[in-house]
Write a protein that binds this ligand. Structure first.
Ligand code: URA
Length: 433
């Protein structure tokens, strides 16, 4: 078998056999297939797509590219995975809520991808927090506190680790079969009993239309069901950033505020909803009963204590969780003001994600250093009225003060004002079983 023929077959719209897909995934993981051929195949898949059989074969090959987590975590394991968005910090809230309600959350999170931030980058803003635990340490934290959140390390779905990084720099992230296989390959290797998928739709998501997001959700749910897992997908609004804060430590602080019972309304609502569905899949009750349990986990302080305990067990200082003012602040900031009077009609959320990257919150090359203080905090969200000169957002950076003006221009050119209020898309658009 030759990689050249596999690329040509897909380029010409052919169907790849499970053997060809396995040959590619195994060869690329082992380093026998170079990046340029893998990139060419990803681009061919981006243009020509993959049918259900091919997508399943790619998912299973990614699952089988490394170890699966088969150890005993001490209870039923439920996970939540998002397809990626801007300001999406839900994992840091829903995982401790679910764990403090008695289920186990052994969470393997991603780094930033494209314009979206990754949970691992956010957690690494907590000084000392280790995202590179060994499998034994990971299981130990889950057994002790009910939850652990780490990065994709060691021999866990190594094919996805390589493909994820390659897609990020070859403009091949937003391909349905590549997203399905990346997420479900990891989830099947993680071997959770139940999975709640948060499938984002809108200008800040990889899926721009509800039709595409529903198709993506159905494909992931179907791959999960075929592998014997309980899977449910929520289609949620990513036409505006989630919450107000975007950027690593800014988002950790917003997650902490939410665990303390505050936080922006859209973000708090989505966290409660996702937690409720996780608990419901674990048969803790109906969605309504589980939502009440989730609310109680926050109001009693149990979810916050669970998060702090996890941080401590993974090498971080729990005082940072109880006193988030300990997080270092950005050296430089710039306020962005409304250039005219009007309702914020629509924002290009993907460009907002790029604003945060410009300020230093993510990496453009593998060598780039991440500035944990970088990002922005919105003062007004889509649908709100602004008078000329009103504060819209404050931008923050320590390492890239020279980028502040350009970032402010990008934010303003990505924000549409109009004399009438826009029709608001609901936060949760659908639930797919
Ligand atoms: N999250 C993933 O893990 N993979 C993707 O391809 C997109 C979002």
């Amino acid at each position: 078998m030759r990689m050249y023929d596999i690329i040509k077959n897909k380029r010409d719209g052919g169907k790849l056999s499970p053997e060809e897909i396995k040959f590619f995934v195994e060869g690329y993981t082992a380093g026998d297939i170079p990046d340029y051929q893998a990139a060419a195949l990803c681009m061919a898949i981006f243009y020509k797509g993959m049918d259900a059989d091919e997508t399943t074969a790619l998912t299973l090959a990614i699952r089988d590219s490394g170890d699966t987590l088969n150890m005993d975590f001490g209870g039923l394991r439920v996970d939540k995975h998002s397809t990626g968005g801007v300001g999406d910090k839900t994992s840091m809230v829903v995982a401790p809520i679910a764990a403090s309600c008695g289920i186990k959350v052994a969470k393997i999170s991603g780094r930033g991808l494209g314009h979206t931030g990754g949970t691992v980058y956010k957690l690494e803003a907590i000084e000392g927090y280790r995202t590179d635990l060994s499998a034994e340490e990971f299981a130990d934290v889950v057994r002790k506190v009910g939850v652990s959140m780490i990065g994709q390390s060691g021999d866990f779905a190594p094919a996805d680790k390589k493909l994820y990084a390659l897609r990020d720099v070859t403009a091949t992230v937003d391909s349905m079969p590549l997203i399905v296989s990346s997420i479900m390959g990891k989830k099947l290797a993680a071997n959770d009993d139940c999975i709640v998928l948060d499938v984002k739709v809108g200008s800040g998501s990889f899926m721009k239309t509800q039709k595409d997001a529903e198709e993506l959700a159905r494909r992931m749910v179907s791959v999960g069901h075929n592998a014997g897992k309980k899977v449910r997908a929520l289609i949620t609004n990513m036409d505006r950033p989630l919450g107000l804060a975007v950027g690593n430590s800014l988002e950790v602080c917003e997650a902490i505020e939410t665990l303390k019972g505050g936080g922006p309304e859209d973000f708090r609502t989505l966290c409660l909803e996702l937690s409720a569905h996780m608990l419901c899949l674990a048969e803790k009750g109906s969605v309504d009963e589980c939502r009440k349990m989730a609310e109680e986990a926050i109001s009693s302080g149990r979810a916050l204590d669970t998060f702090a305990k996890m941080v401590e067990l993974q090498g971080g200082d729990p005082r940072w969780i109880y006193e988030p003012e300990r997080f270092p602040k950005a050296k430089y900031s710039l306020e962005v003001h409304a250039p005219e009077k009007g309702y914020i009609f629509r924002v290009d959320t993907e460009k907002y994600g790029e604003v945060s990257l410009l300020l230093g919150a993510g990496r453009s090359t593998k060598e780039d250093k991440i500035d944990n203080t970088a990002g922005f905090v919105l003062a007004k969200k889509t649908g709100e009225m602004a008078l000329k000169g009103d504060l819209i957002a404050t931008l923050y950076t320590t390492d890239k003060p020279e980028a502040l003006e350009q970032a402010a221009e990008l934010m303003l050119s990505s924000t549409g004002f109009w004399k009438e209020a826009p029709e608001q898309m609901p936060l949760i658009l659908d639930v797919i079983e």
